[in-house]
Design a protein around this ligand. Structure first.
Ligand SMILES: Nc1ncnc2c1ncn2[C@@H]1O[C@H](COP(=O)(O)OP(=O)(O)O)[C@@H](O)[C@H]1O
Ligand SMILES: O=C(O)[C@@H](CO)OP(=O)(O)O
Length: 393
């Protein structure tokens, strides 16, 4: 007869980012928690033969890094949500949400002009615009906040923020004097720029929360690195890069003294160059991952857990460069960090570079492509959660 071991409790903090294109951060956390609680050996496991060796307590903390889910993360931390209709990435109305707590407003690119809002999911690398983000920005300004968090990422456009600036009252005209709407394609057609009816920014502090450090143009710029995921062919990437060059030259001509220098600035290439336009307006840049981890009080919440489970759609070089799982791992104070992802492009010997104890991927659990299949993804995450639970008990 073996001596019975006293049941113990494992406290897991489930703190993932979204899996872009398939699941929100909240859905990822829910599916993992369901799996962990059903692990064989846990008090939640109901099979007749189950011996209870412990309990898994899950604390759910869906996160964001400036991309999709940033407004949701602010709302989860106690902000109110305000709904507002904006022009989506191709001009069709989109119901956007901003978060506001009376002092700070959070405005998000992904829920105003993001990839997920393209009609029929059809990518529009040249036509998509950041105008809707500008409209939400204006709405946030009308609430008189002390500061606005401009959450950048997940955009459908590569327009250098031209659409956003148009919504804020800048007028871009072609050589025949026709007003341009603001899109990647329109960048090359700009002949003149006027500043008209600009909103009063007053003392409002503008903060860009983004987790990419790319400059506006060049081999590491917005078109080259993020254009292909928005559907741009090699020729379109080149045209967008050239268009952005023309945009910068025209802004310099129109009296923006910093226009050329800011194009080189780290983060100018976030959200198809909306980062650049925000910097032109005087915004300060912070790490999106760190901003939202602070807002959701991660440092305190991690203190009461034994293990942290984080993740994102794709674990890759960008993750190592400081995306959300890396920021979570950096703050976890020596607790074991398990990452879960749709796919991982990193060999296991590189996990330790950001202190990941283990990486689970959906790709290891199926032969099918789960990247566009939320139901399958949630089911696989449930299985992974169960396996993680069983490995911990
Ligand atoms: N359910 C899934 N199954 C497999 N791969 C996924 C899944 N969801 C997302 N991915 C992969 O992750 C990529 C998005 O990466 P992610 O880390 O979520 O976003 P980003 O890099 O923009 O922050 C997708 O293009 C896809 O390759
Ligand atoms: O919107 C984009 O162009 C990119 C970079 O900001 O976003 P993500 O990192 O979500 O792919």
């Amino acid at each position: 007869m073996t001596a019975a071991t006293a049941p113990h409790t494992i406290r897991a903090l489930i703190a993932p980012d979204k899996f872009k294109g398939s699941l929100t951060a909240g859905e990822v956390a829910d599916a993992l928690a369901g799996g962990l609680r059903s692990a064989k050996g846990s008090a939640g496991f109901s099979a007749a033969s189950g011996t209870v060796t412990g309990t898994v307590h899950c604390e759910l903390l869906p996160l964001a890094d400036g991309g999709d889910g940033s407004v949701d993360a602010a709302v989860a931390s106690g902000f109110g949500r305000r709904s507002y209709t904006v022009a989506g990435p191709t001009g069709q109305p989109a119901q956007a949400g901003i978060a506001f707590d009376g002092v700070t407003a959070v405005v998000e690119v992904a829920n105003t002009c993001g990839l997920g809002l393209l009609p029929g999911g059809k990518l529009q690398p040249l036509e998509a615009s950041s105008r809707g983000f500008g409209e939400a920005f204006l709405f946030a300004l009308s609430l008189n906040p002390a500061r606005i968090i401009l959450a950048l990422g997940g955009s459908a456009s590569t327009d250098g923020g031209m659409g956003m600036l148009t919504a804020l009252g800048y007028r871009f005209r072609d050589r025949d004097g026709r007003q341009l709407y603001g899109s990647g394609r329109a960048l090359a057609q700009i002949d003149s720029i006027e500043r008209t009816a600009l909103p009063e920014l007053g003392d409002t502090e503008l903060i860009v929360a983004s987790d990419v450090h790319n400059p506006l143009r060049g081999p590491h710029g917005a078109p080259a690195v993020f254009g292909p995921q928005k559907g741009a062919s090699a020729a379109e990437v080149a045209a967008l890069d050239e268009g952005l060059g023309h945009f910068v030259a025209k802004l310099s001509e129109a009296g923006f003294r910093e226009a050329a220098a800011l194009a080189e600035h780290e983060g100018a290439g976030s959200a198809g160059g909306i980062g650049y336009a925000c910097l032109l307006l005087g915004a300060r840049q912070v790490s999106g991952a760190d901003y939202f981890l602070d807002l959701l009080d991660f440092n305190t919440r991690k203190n009461t857990c034994d293990v942290v489970i984080t993740g994102e759609g794709s674990i890759d070089e960008q993750t190592l460069a400081g995306k959300l799982p890396a920021a979570v791992a950096r703050r976890s104070g020596g607790r074991p960090i398990i990452a879960v992802a749709g796919r991982s492009l990193l060999p296991r010997e590189r996990w330790s570079e950001i202190a990941l104890a283990r990486v689970y991927t959906l790709a290891e659990y199926t032969d099918q492509d789960s990247s566009k299949d939320p139901e399958l993804s949630a089911e696989l995450l449930h299985r992974i959660g169960r396996d993680i639970g069983e490995s911990l008990l």
